[in-house]
Design a protein around this ligand. Sequence first.
Ligand SMILES: [Zn+2]
Length: 395
Amino acid sequence: MVQFRAVFLKRTVLVLAVVVAIPYLRGPLYDFPAETAFAGAELLNPYAALTDPWQRANLHAHGRVWSGLTNGRQPDAEIVRAYESLGYSVAGVSNYQRIATDDGVPTMPLYEHGYNLGKRHQLAIGARQVSWFDFPLWQTRSHQQFVIHRVAETADLVALAHPAARDAYTTADLRQLTGYHLMEVVNGPFLFEESWDAALSAGRAVWALANDDTHDLTDPRRTAVAWTMINAPSASASDIVDALRAGRAYAVSRTNEIASAVETVLGTVTVDNDTIEVTCEGEPSTFIFIGQNGVVRKSVKEALAATYTFGHDDTYIRTVIRSPRTAMFLNPVLRHPGGERPPLVARVDVGGTWRLRAGLVLAGATLALLFRDRRRPVPALPPRQVLAPADRKTA
Ligand SMILES: [Zn+2]
């Protein structure tokens, strides 16, 4: 019986090891495009054509799924009802590896991807199908890139969730990775501005998202504290996706620094020659203009409008508006050479990938051999002359 159990355990461990190893054999090696700061004579303003109404959105909330295995406390439909009653027009439900709309929940098709130790999670926005691929244990930068590409295959947009939680994506990773569109610059009470500036400073044009990431609607630290204002004609999934892709949105964090009945909102962002003008509606606020490597270039206090003139060493300028109740993180105005800017794409290094796979197979085979040798039962020896009891050694 004991022996049977040992064999069973050994086989289970072996099967698990093989299952875990498979994604690592599948994962290619990538060549990443060089880090290149935004450059060019033109300025790209994502807010140049603001005509539509603003939609208030939360795209990260967890309901009770997988029989309570993942820890959302309330049913999906309750999340939608709760956010709609708070004035949100987009009440996203982003369960792990499950699209709530497939279960008939009236929300955006959306899910949170990822089941790995490093907490590298992505929001698949406008998801058509769940991607089940992940590297559950360690992830190199190439692994991270492969997962982003896999998630992007069956969704309109990919956003990196809580990018620096548990060091999910280091700033060095974010200076290299491509193929995703957005990043949670605000996740509940946490800010990830450093992560964002790392990507932007390396010429990766990715936009900001702010989400609650609530697992429990009764937790005030995680409910209605972070949201994204999206400039879209309607709250339909396609309008929201188009606006997010173009950067016609801004991320908001509730700070409640000063008691105020008024919620200040973004007015306009215009660019005239090399000068950006940003306005807000509501109460006088502080405007902070931030550029390459996250350096604060200028701030203006107690104002409803502020301007910043691009210097020739400015590559991008993003604005943060600190109002009495909120901090608003605007998408950057970027330097641009004009015309279509081809997107930066990490490409598979075919030769390197096959060398890596060969190495992994070799390492696996060596381990398996060692494992076998150690565990091989001692072959039965032919019967031999047994020593007389008197010749036996005694301990
Ligand atoms: Zn997550």
